[in-house]
Design a protein around this ligand. Structure first.
Ligand code: ADP
Ligand code: MG
Length: 685
């Protein structure tokens, strides 16, 4: 049970003053369901604005506050944005640009003929000045001028900056006092503030100590939870599995396994033969052939008369895995089923029955395969495909809940630096696929200036005319998700104008059915160009797609670029990756793109990424989207995780039952970061 002291933090955001039904969806989209989430919704950056009398006083790119008279509204043409033309006191025109539903609010806030104070970033678009999604619009100069220095938060459609600032303040006002879980010596050395003060400071300004403390808390919670899983795992019994090899002998793979694959399979075979449940990580770069290893592992379980399950992070990937495995295992007579949250009615029933009576031997799916209603006859092996997410811990819990703990194989394509592997994965045993299947051609990687866009599009034309397929990746970088989606939609529309229906679009806001339909058309070769934002899972395998264009490649981290690029070069044909770069390249950006050209070794890129990011990037451009951490960013993970992991291990050694006062505080920490699955294991023994 959650400690009572945390109750105010876990109250729903709906309980705060001023939160009506209209804010429910915007809050949900941001993942801000509880007061806690708001307190931890840390500013992406702090903006310092300058009040200017007129636009001549401002420079392009500057954050300003200015008084404007509204002249004219121009509604969206097709998919274009809504535009409002306004004028400063000197008669300079500026266009206020709104995407999506934000236009509704803008219409009300900015009636023609009226004067308003507007705060936002002045941009130039072609010959004209514009402000995209102003941060504030008000009749009250004091209100706008009072926020010249303010925290900027991630927003969603229907949520304004002012609104979220107010909600965060409310959340911070009700923070309880919590006991200290950080070791006193460490606090002394670092000078970190206590928890409540740290949260307050982190929302006020770019306070490095406060943010480090909060990040450290999260990392400590994660390490502790993983260590608890590990400890629990060691104390449990699994089912020793020995396969006689009869199914594996019937596998008819079109290739010879690499040495690394064979070694990994042997390691797995050794593990599952033991009474203690396996807890092994299979680490292998994109394309290194993890699926074949997983299949071998699962067949061992089936040969031994038990069942295996493969857990994929998304529906698309689950489907693709099911198809691949079914194809690979065709000769074995093994029954493989796909189970996702979307399966309903009869089809679902018959799968559930097959799992209970054992007629389905391998089940592939999303977390739906572990729902209460899903019962297995004898599940003895779980494979977790985390792709590029680090977050393995919570998934591991699923395996720990079963009566007889299944063996667990976690697969990751994230080539993380060696220094972080242990801490990141909580001391699992590791098999590395450090050898690529033979015959892979190097991906021809080129950096192309954005001005040469037209040539790139021509190149796509030639590529698809020759029967090829291509990915076009649009970045997800701005605070406004809607603006990014609009950009992807615009790119899709332009390419579609040129090449027709063979161009499809996938992004995070599409309905799952629409997303799947587009993916499927691409996978089947019915569509030749897939325009996508990075929020979509790109773990798809389409060997015929041998060209990838990545727009604004300098905005991505190396690890992310590497993951993306790994989608091409999957077949025997030579592949190309074009990194489109914007005009203003930073030193680090330049170095990153050069590295991408130079090497295809994921582990090397991971090390370099760490080095480059360690060099200190601006707040807000750091991405931790590939990690299970919400508070700690990439640089903090690199710097603080080893320390947090050591501290967690020390605490476990001294007080494995978390019964001392500091242990009690640590339990609160685990609940605070919703890693209480660790505590549950403690109770269950
Ligand atoms: P990942 O590790 O990214 O999951 P996959 O398992 O999808 O990689 O394998 C990538 C591609 O390589 C697949 O098309 C697969 O059939 C092929 N492959 C796997 N192992 C070998 C091998 N030993 N020799 C040749 N091709 C292989
Ligand atoms: Mg894979």
């Amino acid at each position: 049970m959650r400690p009572e002291v945390l109750n105010p933090l876990f109250a729903e955001t709906a309980s705060l003053k001023g939160v009506g039904p209209g804010l429910a969806r915007p809050l949900e989209k941001l993942g801000l369901l509880r007061v806690r989430d708001l307190a931890y919704h840390l500013p992406e950056r702090f903006v310092a604005r300058r009040a200017v009398g007129n636009l001549d006083e401002a420079t392009v790119g500057e954050q300003i506050v200015v008084s404007l008279s509204v002249r004219e509204h121009r509604s969206a043409a097709g998919r274009g944005p809504y535009r409002i033309i306004a004028e400063d006191v000197l008669g300079n025109f500026v266009t206020l640009v709104y995407f999506g539903r934000a236009a509704f609010t803008a219409k009300k806030q900015l009636p023609s003929g009226e004067t308003r104070w507007v705060a936002g970033r002045l941009d130039q678009f072609g010959q004209s000045l514009q402000i995209v999604h102003p941060d504030h619009v008000s009749t009250d100069s004091a209100e706008v001028l009072g926020s010249l220095n303010e925290p900027v938060y991630g927003l969603s459609e229907g949520m304004t900056l002012g609104r979220i600032q107010g909600l965060v303040q409310q959340a911070l006002g009700g923070l309880p006092a919590l006991p200290e879980w950080i070791e006193p010596g460490l606090l002394e050395r670092t000078g970190w503030p206590e928890w409540r003060a740290a949260l307050g400071q982190a929302h006020k300004g770019a306070n490095a100590e406060a943010r480090d403390r909060l990040a450290y808390d999260e990392l400590l919670a994660n390490s502790l939870a993983l260590l608890l899983v590990r400890a629990s795992n060691r104390s449990r019994t699994g089912t020793p599995l020995t396969g006689d090899g009869h199914l594996r002998a019937r596998l008819n793979l079109p290739f010879e396994l690499t040495g690394a694959q064979k070694r990994s399979i042997a390691e797995i075979e050794g593990d599952v033969a033991q009474g203690a449940p396996m807890l092994r990580l299979l680490q292998g770069d994109v394309g290194s052939g993890k699926t074949a290893v997983a299949l071998h592992a699962m067949l061992i379980a089936v040969e031994a008369g038990t069942q295996a399950a493969l857990l994929a992070p998304t529906e698309i990937l689950a489907r693709q895995h099911a198809e691949t495995l079914t194809r690979m295992a065709a000769g074995t007579g093994v029954t493989i089923a796909l189970l996702t949250g979307r399966d309903k009615g009869r089809a679902r029933e018959s799968i559930l029955i097959g799992l209970i009576d054992g007629s389905i031997q391998i089940c592939v799916g999303t977390h739906a395969i572990f729902q209460e209603a899903v019962t297995y006859k004898h599940l003895a092996l779980v494979v977790i495909d985390e792709q590029h997410r680090f977050g393995v811990g919570q998934r591991l819990l699923l395996t720990q809940k079963a009566k007889r703990t299944p063996h667990c194989l976690a697969m990751t394509a994230t080539p993380i630096p060696r220094t972080l592997t242990l801490a990141q994965y909580g001391e699992m045993d590791v098999s590395r696929l450090d050898e690529m299947p033979p015959g892979r051609q190097a991906i021809d990687t080129r950096v192309v200036a954005i001005e040469r866009m037209a040539e790139v599009v021509d190149g796509i034309g030639r590529h698809i005319a020759a029967g090829g397929q291509a990915y076009w990746v649009c970045p997800m970088v701005r605070e406004q998700e809607t603006a990014d989606i609009a950009a992807a939609e615009a790119r899709h529309a332009a390419l579609k104008d040129r090449f027709g229906d063979t161009v499809v679009l996938v992004h995070g806001q599409l309905r799952p059915e629409a997303k799947d339909a587009a993916m499927e058309r691409f996978a089947l070769g019915q569509a030749q160009v897939l325009v996508a934002t990075t929020v979509i899972e790109v773990g798809v395998d389409v060997p015929n797609a041998t060209l990838m264009v990545i727009e604004q490649a300098e905005r991505f981290g190396l690890a992310q670029l590497h993951q993306l690029r790994g989608r091409v070069g999957r077949g025997s044909q030579r592949s190309t990756c074009l990194l489109l770069r914007g005009e203003a390249l930073s030193e680090v950006g330049r170095e990153r793109l050069a590295l991408m050209r130079e090497t295809q070794d994921g582990f090397r890129l991971a090390e370099e990424d760490l080095r480059l990011r360690g060099g200190g990037e601006l707040l807000g451009t750091r991405q931790s989207g590939d990690t299970p951490f919400k508070v700690a960013d990439f640089e903090q993970i690199a710097r603080l995780l080893p320390m947090a992991h050591d501290d967690a291990r020390l605490l476990m050694e001294r007080d494995g039952g978390l019964a001392s006062p500091r242990g009690e505080a640590a339990r609160i920490l685990l609940y605070l970061f919703e890693r209480d699955w660790g505590v549950q294991l403690l109770r269950g023994g």
